[in-house]
Design a protein around this ligand. Structure first.
Ligand code: ZN
Length: 280
């Protein structure tokens, strides 16, 4: 457990520090490119790229895209279809409008800030805030830039804030986790603990994984698309609902210890095929 924990800690730090590289060529690219036929996710979630990306329209049934200036609303067509389907479910069940954060860049690849993953067009961040305001109108550009995603935790504690957390949040997580194309979801450990309290033993909890931060949004990761030959998936999740000692660890002193200073990480090494995507 300890070994896993320190590895996980390393990943978290890596994630946090990866805002290196004024030399990152991926961030400046404004258009997708297609190498062969159709879309292709290449490499891993944390070291990869995307050919044939599509743009998620800023407004759709049950969702709206935030932070348009970041230009990270591109993804594999599977991801676009998934978000549109999830939005449709949110609309039909009157859960509020999904506010969509980062997907990927036009050709995927590493970003300048904020994320280590989201590189292959298969990851998306969704705010926990399910907007009722946005049910009746399209949000203005400035609202999408300036609204803050509220945390579902009370005063930076481990406790769920019942003013921000609702049954609709549980429903959206359940609907997402039950969609077969979803590989896993990342949420704050306190969110996972809350779901374990209310839904212990239910199969869909299997895909809901505790992770650092993720208290103002959750992160949905899709499986590698079947026809993406060079896409590398992750190791399978451990069996069970995850409401066990592995969850308890997140609330231990070890997990909460301040992060040690590590040297800045090396930039990820992308598959050679990504050079074709980048320089096409
Ligand atoms: Zn994310």
């Amino acid at each position: 457990m300890k070994r896993i924990a320190s590895f996980v800690l390393f990943l978290a730090l890596y994630n946090h520090n990866s805002a290196d590289a004024g030399t990152n060529p991926w961030a400046g690219i404004k258009t997708p490119v297609t190498l062969g036929h159709g879309a292709e996710s290449i490499g891993s979630y944390t070291a990869g790229c995307l050919s044939g990306a599509v743009e998620l329209p800023p407004n759709g049934a049950g969702y709206q895209v935030m932070r348009l200036s970041r230009h990270r609303y591109y993804g594999h067509p599977d991801l676009k279809n998934f978000i549109e389907a999830l939005g449709q479910s949110a609309a039909e069940q009157h859960l509020g409008v999904l506010l969509i954060g980062d997907m990927g860049q036009p050709r995927g690849g590493p970003t300048l800030s904020g994320h280590r993953s989201h590189q292959t067009g298969l990851d998306v961040d969704v705010w926990f805030l399910l907007s009722k305001q946005a049910e009746s109108r399209a949000l203005a550009y400035n609202e999408r830039e300036n609204w803050n995603a509220p945390s579902v935790l009370r005063d930076h504690s481990d406790l769920i804030d019942s003013r921000q957390w609702s049954r609709a949040n549980e429903q959206i997580l359940q609907i997402s986790a039950e969609m077969p194309e979803v590989d896993r979801l990342f949420v704050n450990a306190s969110v996972k603990r809350e779901l374990c309290r209310t839904h212990a033993g239910q199969n869909w909890l299997h895909k809901i994984r505790p992770w650092w931060k993720h208290d103002d949004h959750f992160h949905i990761r899709l499986k590698c698309p079947k026809d993406s030959r060079y896409c590398e998936g992750q190791e399978p999740l451990p069996a069970g609902d995850g409401c066990d000692a592995s969850l308890a660890w997140w609330f231990s002193a070890e997990a909460k210890a301040p992060a040690k200073k590590l040297p800045p990480p090396k930039a990820p090494v992308l598959p050679a095929r990504c050079n074709q995507v980048l320089y096409r």
